[in-house]
Design a protein around this ligand. Structure first.
Ligand SMILES: O=P(O)(O)OC[C@H]1O[C@](O)(CO)[C@@H](O)[C@@H]1O
Length: 548
């Protein structure tokens, strides 16, 4: 297959096949005529039109932040030694969306342990708090310093350290935030370690800023290497020719404009682990607005269902391929992007910004994320809506309106699939423990096996900071399966009048309100026994008939 695909490469990052995507060459011609590459390399905020200019002005620092990030390195080495000397070698990262997705990919790819806490699920929070507390250092990362999940984690850890009588509570925290955020003031008040991030880079573009680098450097990764990879690759970004990231962006944008507006992201198995989740947030939050956008579909493996369809652009991503190898790992993607992680981050940021220009959206805002947050805030104040299940099937309560004649989980799922319309997608949203209940993620492939439509999977509340923007701001063609689970061991959020369980339930309810308020079909399955419910659900999915 590689023999048929044209390749463009720079600094070890190769993009195969992008020029062959219909419309890509024409889009590239327009970008060249507009001097887009040079302007983007110069951080020109006018590239996305007058409405986006103000936002873009303070959001283009990523084009060269990897240079400024080097200033952090001596401080991080010092801090790591200091923490090690205190015996604090279990690094926990509390952060949502752009504040944790990149560090997770970096740590997984380089095989270094990093515990990521990006949930309000009380079972998962409780398990993380109970894991090596005495040797834990908690990196609390939030650009805005106002994210409710991250604030709750900080509170829970401070209380846990205190309750355990551990000395030097403040030194067990490393706060990463933007200058002037409320979290900066909090860190100073606490006497915690503080690292300020580049304020000119938005969360989902922040992989090579303090957000990506602090937790991973503290976990023991030589992050200078990532910066070197990005810097080497950056030399290609100014040119019109031999600019793989420009061509990738042209292909993403052109494909979406031609109706191939779902982006299957598949690891090619050559070394980068979990990059799809990071690209998912970058692309979904950057493009999914004003009724337009590209829906990322993270596909587990090249042979998993959902990798290809008429409206899907199939892309494999990986780390390094020997020259004689075939990208795609046995499948035939439209595009393969293969190369070092530092270059991948920069290439995808650049390509997403280019695709945003082609789609006519501002890639630096997330106008619809606030909707669910506002519903959640109100629900936390006024209490959860009193909902009654339409019916109960064993360990699963089934909620929804107009479920037709459905009286079993199988029938309810069949009803949901029947609501898919041409060009539509099904999103599975699971508010569960993503570590101990990871089996629930198998529902994606199971459902994708029974429909020709793309099926995505997201853990709640994490997806609210990622695809949540696209669900509400992108094309109104989504159908939603929300899964919630009974809480058997809740946990208070210290200093707040609610528990983690109540917060999680309010987040799920808040997003249901936002989606159903937009008249999107939504089925909610509440697992009264999480393990039995997941097993029952997987069995039901396996029995579904094919729905085209
Ligand atoms: O770093 P913060 O400000 O806590 O935000 C976390 C995430 O939340 C979002 O703002 C969306 O809610 C993302 O864009 C961001 O990555």
């Amino acid at each position: 297959m590689s023999g048929l695909l044209e390749v463009q490469a720079a600094a070890g990052l190769a993009v195969y096949g992008a020029r062959a995507v219909p419309g890509a060459v024409e889009a590239l011609g327009q970008l060249v005529a507009d001097r887009a590459a040079e302007r983007l390399a110069d951080a020109d905020p006018t590239l996305w039109g007058p409405d986006a200019e103000a936002a873009a002005k303070s959001r283009l620092g990523w084009v060269d932040t990897f240079r400024r990030s080097r200033e952090l390195l001596p401080r991080l080495a010092e801090l790591r030694d200091e923490l090690q000397s205190l015996g604090l070698d279990h690094v926990v990262l509390a952060g949502m969306g752009g504040s944790s997705l990149a560090p997770e990919v970096i740590a997984r790819t380089l095989g270094v342990a990093l515990t990521v806490l990006d949930t309000t699920d009380p079972h998962q929070v409780r398990a993380t708090l109970g894991d090596r507390l005495a040797t834990s250092v908690v990196v609390v990362s939030s650009k805005s310093g106002t994210t409710v999940e991250t604030d709750s984690h900080l509170r829970a850890y401070a209380t846990a350290f205190e309750d355990a009588g551990l000395p030097g509570c403040a030194s067990r925290f490393v706060i990463v935030t933007d200058p002037g955020s409320p979290l900066e003031a909090r860190a100073e008040e606490m006497g915690a370690n503080l690292v300020l991030a580049d304020p000119d880079v938005g969360g989902r573009y922040s992989a090579l800023t303090a957000f990506g680098l602090v937790p991973t450097a503290l976990a023991g990764i030589d992050v200078a290497e990532l910066l070197d990879q990005a810097e080497d690759f950056a030399a290609s970004l100014r040119g019109d020719a031999d600019n793989p990231a420009l061509t990738l962006g042209a292909a993403l944008g052109a494909a979406a404009l031609a109706g191939r507006d779902k982006l299957a992201l598949i690891s090619d198995g050559t070394g980068i682990v979990g990059l799809g989740d990071w690209i998912e947030q970058l692309v979904a939050e950057s493009t999914g607005k004003q009724g337009r956008g590209i829906l990322p579909v993270v596909v587990e493996a090249p042979d998993a269902p959902g990798a290809t369809a008429d409206d899907v652009l199939t892309v494999t991503v990986g780390g390094s391929l020997p020259p004689e190898s075939v990208p795609g790992s046995g499948i035939t993607p439209h595009i393969a992007v293969n190369g070092p992680l530092g270059a991948q981050f920069l290439a995808w940021e650049y390509a997403t910004a280019v695709a945003g220009r082609l789609l006519g959206v501002n890639p630096f805002d997330q106008p619809n994320v606030a909707e669910s947050k506002e519903h959640t805030r109100r629900i936390l104040q006024s209490g959860l809506p009193g909902e009654r299940p339409a019916f109960i099937d064993g360990p699963i309560e089934v909620y929804g309106t107009d479920l037709g004649h459905a009286s079993t989980v199988d029938e309810a799922l069949g009803w949901l699939l029947s609501r898919l319309t041409p060009g539509g997608y099904l999103a599975v949203l699971a508010f569960l423990d993503r570590y101990t209940e990871s089996d629930a993620a198998k529902i994606r492939a199971g459902l994708a096996d029974h429909t020709s439509h793309p099926v995505t999977f997201g853990w709640g509340p994490r997806y609210l900071h990622s695809t949540g923007q696209y669900h509400k701001g992108g094309p109104p063609v989504g159908t939603f399966l929300q899964i919630t689970g009974a809480v058997t061991e809740d946990l208070p959020v210290p200093g707040r009048p609610y528990t983690f369980g109540q917060l999680e339930a309010a987040q799920a309810a808040g997003d249901r309100e936002a989606l159903t308020g937009r008249r999107r079909p939504l089925l909610r399955l509440h697992l009264t026994d999480r393990a039995a419910g997941t097993a029952r659900l997987l069995a039901a999915v396996a029995e579904l008939p094919w729905v085209s």
